[in-house]
Design a protein around this ligand. Structure first.
Ligand code: 26Q
Length: 829
C-alpha cells in the first residue's frame, strides 16, 4: 500500500524513532510534513529521500550529544584529522548500516509502499575530494568512530566539489558539481562557531606590558569561517563523532564601511571575494602551479581548525597543555601551514616564548606523506607566500634558522646537506618546501604502504631520515569494510555472514575463517552465483550509462582510478589492442571473452591524461563495432567515476588492474576495495600491492612488470623505449596502429603526443613492461579463468585474507604508534 493511500496524519508527537518499525514510519511522516512542508501526493522521490534522511539524522543527533558530553566530562585526548579533502560518498545507506537499522528501515519503507533502494539512490554524493587521499580521510573517520576514538575531522566545505565528468565525442567535459542544490540534510550549520581569518598586510614589533619584544600581524583583509557539522556514526557503537567543515563568509563590518561611503558595489565585491575562498575544490591530484587561492584555502581551514581546538581546550585548561589534549594529523602537506599558525597563536597571541611554543607544536603534529613523485611535492613561491601570509613567512624563516643551526652542529662543513634540508629552496625562484616544514614541525612522519615508507626514507626524505630515523614510521592504508563490503555488496555480505557469522564486520581478520570454505564446492557455487548476480547488476548499470551491454559471462577486467600517466591506463590499452589483433588474425585464438572497463577523471589541465581518455573511447569504438571480435572483446569507459559508482563497480569485478610503474603509487586503496569484493589483482610490485600479494598468497595474485630495483637498473643503463618497439613485434603493431590512425579514422595527428611520448621518452616505462603485462594477461589470467574452480578458490582466498586492509587496523596503528590515544566508549543515550 502506498503512503498516499494511508493518508497523512500530521505528527504532533515529538517521539524520536526507536529501533522499531512503527517509530521509523512515524518519524518519516513527521519529517516529510514538518521539515519539507510536503504532503505525500505531491512529494517527489527526493522529498521522500530527505524525509528519511532527517529521520536518520535525529537518531544521530541523540548519539552525538551523548558523545560530546562524554568527551567533555572525561577531558578526552582527541585526534584532529586535518585534510583539505573528505570524499565521503552518499551518507544515507552508510549511516543505516552503522546504526544497524537497514532491515528495520527497509520494512518501514515497505510498509509505506516505498522502494528503499530508490530512496538510497536519490542521494548525490558530496564530492569534496579528488581521489585516494580524500577517500582515505573518509574511511578513517568511519574507523575512528567505530573504534570509539575521540576525534574531529577538519576540512573545507567547498560549494563546488570535484567536477562531474561527461563525455562528448570521447573527450572529457567538466561540469560543475552543484551538490548543495537540493539542500544537505546531513549538515548542521553552526553560525555561532566562527573564526576570523586574516590575509596579507604587514607585521610590526612592539613592547608588551611586561617589557618583552613581541610581534603582531596587521592583516589587510579579514574573512569569517563558519563551521558546518556532519555527524559521523561508528558502526554499532554509540559513538558519533564530528566532521567540521569550514565555509568562508564576508565579515560584515567591512561591508558597512564601504557601504557608508557609498561604495555599495565595492562592499558586495568584498563579500564575493571572501566567499571565493571555499567556493571550489582544486581538481588536481598533484601539486601543479601554486595558485594564491589554493594557499588561501589551506590557511583558511587550518586556522579555523586551530582556533576551534584552542577555544575548546581553553574551556578546561590553558594553552601550555595543547599537545596533551590534541594529536593533530596532517593529511599530506596541504594543512602544513598549521605548524607556523600554531606557533603564531602560541607566541603572538598567548605570549609563550619560542622554545616552549615550539615544543608544544612539535609534540602536536604528525605528518602523513602520500606521494613519491618529486614533482608532486608542494612548494610555494616566497613572494606569494609572503604577500598572503607575511607573519607566517617570518615564522617559517625563524623555524628554518634554528633548524639549520642544529644541522650545522651535527654536520659541520656539509653545506650541501644544509641546502638539501632547508625549508627554503634557493634554486631559481625561491620557495617554501612544505614537506620539509611538515617534517621539522612533526613528532612522527609516516608513509602509506611498506614499500612507500621505505622509499620515502631512501629517496624523497632521505636527509630527514638520516637526521631523525626514529621519527619515521609506516602505516599501510586501509579501507572501511562497512561501506565497501556491507553497503556495496549485500549479496556477498549475506553469503559470508551465513557462513561465519557477522563478527568480521568489525574485526575483518575473522574473514580468515572463510579459507576452509574455499575447498567446499557448494560454497564455491554459491560464491559464483553472488559474483554473477553482481556482474549482471553492473552490466545493467553500464548499459544504462553508456548504451553498451556487457556480457555478464565475460571476464570483467576493470581499471577505475584517476587518469595519470604513472597509473598507466595506456598499458592496459596496449594489451587491448594487442588482443584485438590476435583475435582478428586468428579467430580460433583461445582467450576468455573479456569486457575491459575503464573509468576515472583527468585533471582539467592535464592534456596527456585527457588524450588517454579519448584513446580509450577511440579503441572502444573500433573494437566494439568489429564483427570479427564481437562477443569476445569489448571495451567500455564508464563516465563520472565517484564513490557511489565505485560501490557498484567493485562487487562486479573479476580482475582488478593495479599496474602503476613500480615506485610511483604510494599505496593505492582501490586495489583493496576490489580484492575485498573477490576480484583478483593483476598488478606490479608497487604501493600496497606488495602487501596484498603477501597476504593473499603469490598463487592468488597476477604479478607483472618490473620491480623498483629493475626500474633503477634500467634507468641507470639508460632507458631507450624505442628498442622495445623495435624488438617486440606485437608491441610495434599496437603502437603503429595508434600512430597510423587505425583508431582515429586515419588521423595520424590525434594521438601523436601519446605515440611520441612512448617512443622517445616513456617516463613511466610502459614499453618496458608491455611484454610482461601481456603475457601475464594472456597466460596467467587467461589460464586461471579457464579453470573456474581454481579462479573461485583464489577469489575466496583473496577475501578471506583481506583483514589487514581494513581501515580499523590502520587507525588502531595510528592510535598506538603515533597518537597515543585510547578508546572512550559512549554509554547508551
Ligand atoms: C596540491 C596542491 C595544489 C592543488 C592540488 C594538490 C593536491 C590535491 C590532491 C595534491 C595531491 C592530491 C591527492 C593525492 C592523492 O590522492 N594521493 C593518493 O593518496 C592515496 C591515499 O594515501 C594513495 O593510496 C595513493 O597512492 C596516492 O596517489
Amino acid at each position: 500500500m502506498a503512503i498516499e493511500d494511508r493518508g497523512m496524519r500530521a505528527a504532533t508527537d515529538d517521539t524520536r524513532p526507536g529501533t522499531d518499525l512503527e517509530a521509523w514510519t512515524r518519524a518519516f511522516r513527521r519529517n516529510l510534513y514538518s521539515f519539507l512542508g510536503r504532503f505525500p501526493v505531491t512529494a517527489t522521490t527526493n522529498d521522500k529521500y530527505q524525509a528519511l534522511a532527517y529521520s536518520v539524522r535525529e537518531q544521530l543527533l541523540d548519539r552525538w550529544v551523548k558523545t560530546a558530553e562524554t568527551y567533555y566530562r572525561n577531558k578526552a585526548r582527541t585526534v584532529c584529522y586535518l585534510s583539505a579533502e573528505f570524499l565521503l560518498g552518499p551518507h544515507l545507506g552508510n549511516n543505516l548500516v552503522n546504526l544497524g537499522a537497514v532491515d528495520t528501515v527497509k520494512s518501514a519503507m515497505d510498509a509505506l509502499g516505498l522502494d528503499y533502494e530508490e530512496l538510497i539512490d536519490q542521494e548525490e554524493e558530496p564530492g569534496l575530494g579528488n581521489g585516494g587521499l580524500g577517500r582515505l580521510a573518509a574511511c578513517y573517520l568511519d574507523s575512528l568512530a567505530t573504534l570509539q576514538i575521540p576525534s574531529i575531522g577538519y576540512g573545507i566545505r567547498y560549494e563546488f566539489g570535484i567536477f562531474d565528468q561527461q563525455i562528448r565525442d570521447g573527450w572529457q567535459v567538466e561540469v560543475t558539481d552543484k551538490w548543495l542544490r537540493l539542500g544537505n540534510p546531513w549538515e548542521i550549520p553552526r553560525p555561532e562557531i566562527a573564526a576570523l581569518v586574516g590575509f596579507g598586510g604587514y607585521t610590526e614589533s612592539y613592547t608588551d606590558e611586561k617589557g618583552r619584544n613581541r610581534t603582531r600581524w596587521i592583516p589587510a583583509r579579514l574573512v569569517r569561517g563558519i563551521g558546518y557539522d556532519t555527524p559521523i556514526p561508528g558502526y554499532r557503537v554509540n559513538t558519533t563523532n564530528l566532521l567540521r567543515l569550514w565555509s568562508a563568509e564576508a565579515v560584515e563590518s567591512f561591508d558597512f564601511e564601504s557601504f557608508n561611503v557609498g561604495d555599495y558595489y565595492g562592499a558586495v565585491e568584498q563579500k564575493v571575494a571572501s566567499e571565493t575562498i571555499s567556493k571550489v575544490l582544486y581538481p588536481n591530484d598533484t601539486a601543479l602551479q601554486g595558485k594564491r587561492l589554493r594557499l588561501e584555502q589551506q590557511y583558511f581551514f587550518v586556522t579555523c581548525a586551530l582556533q576551534d581546538m584552542m577555544r575548546i581546550h581553553l574551556q578546561t585548561s590553558d594553552s601550555t597543555t595543547f599537545h596533551e589534549k590534541y594529536a593533530v594529523q596532517l593529511n599530506d602537506t596541504h594543512p602544513a601551514l598549521a605548524i607556523p599558525e600554531l606557533m603564531r597563536i602560541l607566541v603572538d597571541e598567548h605570549g609563550l616564548d619560542w622554545e616552549q611554543a615550539w615544543h608544544i607544536t612539535q609534540q602536536t603534529f604528525g605528518y602523513t606523506n602520500h606521494t613519491l613523485l618529486p614533482e608532486a611535492l608542494e612548494t610555494w613561491s616566497i613572494p606569494l607566500f609572503g604577500s598572503a601570509l607575511p607573519r607566517h613567512l617570518e615564522i617559517v624563516y625563524e623555524i628554518n634558522r634554528r633548524f639549520l643551526e642544529e644541522v650545522r652542529e651535527l654536520y659541520p662543513d656539509d653545506e650541501d646537506r644544509v641546502r638539501r634540508l632547508s625549508l627554503i629552496d634557493e634554486h631559481g625562484d625561491r620557495s617554501v618546501r612544505m614537506a620539509h616544514l611538515a617534517c621539522v614541525g612533526s613528532r612522527a612522519i609516516n608513509g602509506v604502504a611498506a614499500l612507500h615508507s621505505e622509499l620515502l626514507k631512501r629517496d624523497v626524505l632521505r636527509d630527514f631520515s638520516e637526521l631523525w630515523p626514529g621519527k619515521f614510521q609506516n602505516v599501510t592504508n586501509g579501507v572501511t569494510p562497512r561501506r565497501f563490503i556491507m553497503l556495496a555488496n549485500p549479496g556477498l555480505t549475506k553469503l559470508v555472514t551465513d557462513a561465519i557469522g557477522d563478527g568480521w564486520t568489525h574485526d575483518l581478520d575473522q574473514l580468515r575463517t572463510l579459507e576452509r570454505m574455499a575447498n567446499d564446492s557448494a560454497f564455491r557455487d554459491a560464491w559464483r552465483r553472488v559474483k554473477r548476480a553482481n556482474k549482471e547488476a553492473l552490466a545493467a548499470e553500464i548499459k544504462k550509462r553508456t548504451g553498451i551491454a556487457p556480457d555478464p559471462a565475460s571476464l570483467f577486467d576493470i581499471q577505475i582510478k584517476r587518469f595519470h600517466e604513472y597509473k598507466r591506463q595506456h598499458l592496459n590499452l596496449l594489451h587491448v589492442i594487442a588482443l584485438y589483433y590476435r583475435l582478428k588474425r586468428n579467430p580460433g585464438y583461445d582467450t576468455p571473452p573479456r569486457t575491459v572497463v575503464l573509468g576515472g577523471k583527468a585533471a582539467p589541465g592535464y592534456m596527456m591524461a585527457k588524450l588517454i581518455i579519448k584513446l580509450v573511447h577511440a579503441v572502444a569504438d573500433v573494437v566494439n563495432n568489429d564483427r570479427a571480435t564481437s562477443g569476445r572483446l569489448r571495451v567500455v569507459f564508464v563516465p563520472g567515476y565517484n564513490v557511489k559508482l565505485g560501490q557498484r563497480i567493485f562487487p562486479g569485478a573479476d580482475l582488478s588492474e593495479q599496474i602503476s610503474m613500480a615506485g610511483k603509487e604510494a599505496s593505492g586503496t582501490g586495489n583493496m576495495k576490489f580484492a575485498m569484493n573477490g576480484a583478483l589483482t593483476i598488478g606490479t610490485l608497487d604501493g600496497a600491492n606488495v602487501e596484498i600479494r603477501d597476504a593473499v598468497g603469490a598463487e592468488n595474485f597476477f604479478l607483472c612488470g618490473m620491480t623498483v630495483e629493475d626500474v633503477r637498473e634500467r634507468l641507470a643503463e639508460g632507458y631507450r623505449p624505442f628498442e622495445h618497439y623495435q624488438t617486440d613485434e606485437e608491441l610495434r603493431a599496437a603502437i603503429d596502429a595508434i600512430a597510423n590512425g587505425a583508431f582515429s579514422k586515419g588521423d595520424r595527428e590525434l594521438f601523436k603526443p601519446i605515440v611520441d611520448n612512448l617512443l622517445w621518452s616513456d617516463p613511466f616505462m610502459v614499453l618496458a613492461d608491455f611484454r610482461s603485462y601481456v603475457d601475464c594477461q594472456e597466460k596467467e589470467v587467461g589460464g586461471m579463468w579457464r579453470n573456474p574452480d581454481r579462479w573461485t578458490r583464489a577469489s575466496i582466498l583473496n577475501v578471506a585474507r583481506m583483514g589487514p586492509f581494513s581501515s580499523d587496523r590502520a587507525i588502531d596503528e595510528y592510535c598506538r604508534n603515533i597518537w597515543h590515544l585510547k578508546p572512550v566508549p559512549i554509554p547508551e543515550a
